[in-house]
Design a protein around this ligand. Structure first.
Ligand code: 0X9
Ligand code: CA
Ligand code: CA
Ligand code: ZN
Length: 431
């Protein structure tokens, strides 16, 4: 069957999720294709249509009634191909039903974060750290004893979902927040962590992208920036300003690329939100969750050279990996990003380490490979994946507490002063 072959070729799966947008009266969307010639491409480009993919010399576009009118008016010949995409004709769905199963949509996460704050007013405070291009809020939940107060305690940052399709990366930091709050009174280790640190959790850095991935295209990765050439999306994990655009291998200057670095460092509201939170606080360590490949990575990403903190990074990663394996037997490899994975520039962890010197980890959650499910983790795997990541998170919090206590206030102030200096001086690469 043609559509299976198509989907297999393009995405390695046999089903493309394409669903009508809820809210306003359902607008019937069609998938249409236009022949890919230079002439037609030039006429299509200014129309800002939602291109899905290209296949066998045709460009496939997701088009609502106004888009079809635009095409008609422009005299661009197209074929309606919707019958090849059965998922498109499915009944419109709402955010609260089973469309993404046990995974969180933006609205579901918002509800759950607000509920946590309400249930644990002493221990949790919810902050809005930024607004996306489509007007959604980027939330940070602060967890600590006396959460309303800024106390002299170690701070740790956990980030999720820079990449829209990596759904599991929302669940792990969210469940970490929930676990810390629900076990505060009963678990001595959790209590100590919450009492002696300030844990900041941003489970969903890229809400616009996640919603797009849930409703329209499961494999969406970037945010939903409308780029100058009519394509959509900036790779948020290439938009930080340490080594931004260092070369064209670790990120791309081409807007349609999946690793487009954006028009400038920190051009995106999502990375600005993380940056501003980072500047306002004084983090001791950071984890940014991604998927998939089941590894723990640390800087550098932009070069295969090792940092001057490699021994520390490696020993903390080894500690985390050992604790993780003990839970379900899953082995998380670890290593410096570029040396063990591939080059990236402008990512969160290079930036965080580069400007402040703190240990900063990318944890690529399971599965190990595409055969194990790639970006699709079964719902029943959410809990086990969280369970095996919990001791690693607690270990890093614990290390941060010790490091905070051990480092003299003067050292910390110097570092904080350094951060503030960087905030003013902006450019900070390779100083
Ligand atoms: O490419 C990325 O952004 C991350 N992998 S993913 O499959 N989740 O997209 C890896 C980032 C690793 N960090 C560095 N290499 N610095
Ligand atoms: Ca506190
Ligand atoms: Ca503090
Ligand atoms: Zn990712």
């Amino acid at each position: 069957m043609i559509i299976n072959a198509l989907a297999l070729v393009l995405f390695g799966i046999s089903c493309v999720f394409l669903l009508s947008s809820p809210g306003a009266p359902p607008e019937k969307k069609e998938i249409v294709s236009v022949e890919k010639t230079p002439q037609l491409a030039a006429r299509l480009q200014p129309l800002c249509l939602d291109r899905l993919f290209e296949w066998e010399g045709r460009v496939y576009i997701l088009a609502g009634p106004p888009d079809l009118q635009t095409l008609d008016r422009s005299g661009i010949p197209y074929l309606v191909e919707s019958h090849k995409f059965p998922a498109l004709s499915r009944k419109p769905v709402t955010l609260q039903d089973g469309i993404n199963g046990d995974y969180h949509s933006y609205a579901e996460l918002e509800t759950d974060l607000q509920a946590l704050e309400q249930s644990y007013p002493q221990l949790a405070r919810l902050f809005t750290i930024g607004l996306t291009l489509e007007g959604r809020k980027i939330y940070a939940l602060k967890i600590s004893d006396n959460a309303a107060l800024d106390e002299e305690e170690a701070e740790v940052l956990f980030l999720g979902c820079h990449h829209a399709r990596e759904w599991i990366s929302v669940e792990v930091p969210f469940l970490l927040a929930k676990h810390l709050l629900e076990h505060y009174t009963t678990d001595a280790e959790v209590r100590r962590a919450v009492d002696e640190s300030e844990v900041w959790i941003v489970p969903l850095v890229n809400p616009d992208g996640l919603e797009y991935s849930i409703r329209y295209y499961r494999y969406w990765r970037k945010n939903r920036r409308l780029n100058a050439d009519g394509s959509f999306g900036v790779d948020l994990n290439r938009n930080y300003d340490y080594g931004w655009g260092y070369d064209n291998e670790g990120s791309s200057p081409v807007p349609a690329s999946e690793v487009f670095r954006g028009s400038a460092p920190f051009s995106e509201p999502e990375t600005q939100a993380v940056r501003d939170l980072f500047w306002q606080r004084e983090f001791q360590s950071l984890v940014s969750y991604h998927s998939y490949s089941q590894v723990i990575l640390y800087p550098w990403g932009y070069t295969t050279a090792l940092t001057d903190q490699d021994a520390l990074h490696e020993s903390l990663a080894a500690g985390m990996s050992t604790l993780m394996e003990a839970v379900n037997g899953s082995i998380y490899g670890f290593g410096a990003s570029a040396a063990s994975l591939y080059l990236t520039n402008g990512d969160t962890t290079d930036w965080a380490f580069g400007i402040s010197g703190i240990p900063a980890y990318t944890i690529e959650l399971p599965p190990v490979d595409q055969l194990g499910g790639g970006f699709f983790n079964a719902e029943r795997d959410i809990q086990p994946i969280f369970r095996e990541n919990l001791p690693a998170a607690l270990y890093l919090i614990d290390w941060s507490i010790s490091d905070f206590v051990a480092s003299p206030a003067a050292t910390r102030e110097a570092r904080e002063g350094g951060l503030k200096g960087r905030k003013q001086s902006q450019g900070c690469f390779l100083q």
